[in-house]
Design a protein around this ligand. Structure first.
Ligand code: FAD
Length: 297
């Protein structure tokens, strides 16, 4: 099928794009089009205008600072996946991005687009929440920052107004001696996950866990971080029994059944993937020796 009739616009500035959105309340922002174009083609949405961000300079940058990795609105998944500076300070980005769709989709689809789309089956919304990230938006009243924990309101629903544009997101960096891992399971590689889990485990110089958190894919309505420091805090990596997190993880999940998998199966899968991700992060910590002045892994 083809999209319904619409006008395509390619503004040269963010201000022009915002003014267009304000003028045409039915307009939609177009980034990589990997989620929006299928929706239009199936006529699930019929916007009057498409406002393409692709011609606006400056939205394609990845920047690294002491406390965050900032990703511009037109940075593709593939570009961020390949960014060595971002990987060096926040490996979780690459660990998760490797699981986002297929290379062809990652070459066009943007990380910010997947966050604005707010699909509970998307990997990057969960990573943004887990890193205490921030959404940078610009609208008719100027710029504002929305903490990731307040951005996602429900499946495909965010705190963004219809005349606002996300210009960038900032993923927070973890403390020193934090080790991360991401595990997911899909029916075929590159499909949306039946369930997925990201974990971050922070250890001291003696390999004792001082903090841990997790976030999930496809098993919660809205991406949210789960603090696992309670069950894991104080335990030695070499001796920890990861099943001690099961109750906390299961209480956090709210999976639903669909044609791909039942809720019970997703629940079981998410629990197992979380334990495996914890074990993988712990193995990395032990292999690295968790050096006192070690980098953020
Ligand atoms: C076959 C297939 C498999 C896929 N598998 C996965 C997967 O496993 N995991 C996953 O996470 N994703 C998956 N995707 C989706 C992919 O990651 C998309 O790239 C992403 O969801 C949207 O990014 P985009 O740049 O294409 O956004 P678009 O499709 O251009 O836009 C998506 C939505 O976000 C809005 N939007 C986009 N950018 C902005 C902005 N800067 N400001 C305000 N609103 C904005 C648009 O208006 C639209 O509503 C898959 C897609 C396909 C087609």
């Amino acid at each position: 099928m083809k999209p319904g009739p619409l006008r395509y616009l390619a503004p040269a500035t963010v201000e022009e794009a915002v003014a267009t959105l304000r003028q045409h309340p039915d307009a939609k922002v177009l980034a990589g089009g990997q989620s929006l174009i299928p929706v239009l083609s199936m006529r699930l949405a019929r916007p009057s205008h498409l406002v393409d961000l692709g011609a606006i300079p400056g939205l394609d940058r990845v920047e690294v600072s002491e406390s965050w990795v900032r990703v511009g609105a037109m940075v593709t998944h593939a570009r961020l996946l390949a960014d060595e500076d971002a990987y060096a300070v926040l490996p979780l980005l690459r660990q998760a991005l490797e699981n986002v769709a297929h290379p062809a989709i990652r070459n066009r689809g943007t990380t910010v687009g997947s966050i604005a789309h707010a699909d509970a089956a998307g990997e990057m919304p969960s990573i943004l929440v887990m890193t205490d990230g921030v959404v940078e938006a610009i609208g008719p009243d100027g710029a504002r920052e929305i903490p990731a924990a307040e951005f996602f309101l429900g499946p495909l629903e965010t705190a963004l107004a219809s005349d606002e544009i996300v210009v960038a997101v900032r993923f927070g960096r973890f403390p020193e001696r934090t080790f991360t891992a991401f595990r997911e399971s899909a029916r075929r590689q590159g499909d949306y996950a039946l369930a997925g889990a990201a974990v971050a485990v922070t250890v001291d110089a003696d390999h004792r866990i001082v903090a841990a958190r997790a976030a999930f894919v496809s098993v919660t309505d809205v991406p949210s971080a789960l603090d696992l420091s309670g069950p894991l805090g104080g335990q030695l990596l070499a001796k920890v029994d990861w099943s001690c997190i099961d109750d906390a993880v299961q209480a956090h999940l709210a999976p639903e059944s669909d044609i791909h998998a039942g809720a019970d199966y997703r629940r079981m899968l998410a629990g197992e993937l979380t334990r495996r991700a914890c074990a993988a992060a712990a193995a990395d910590a032990m292999a690295a020796g968790a050096p006192a002045a070690g980098g953020n892994r």
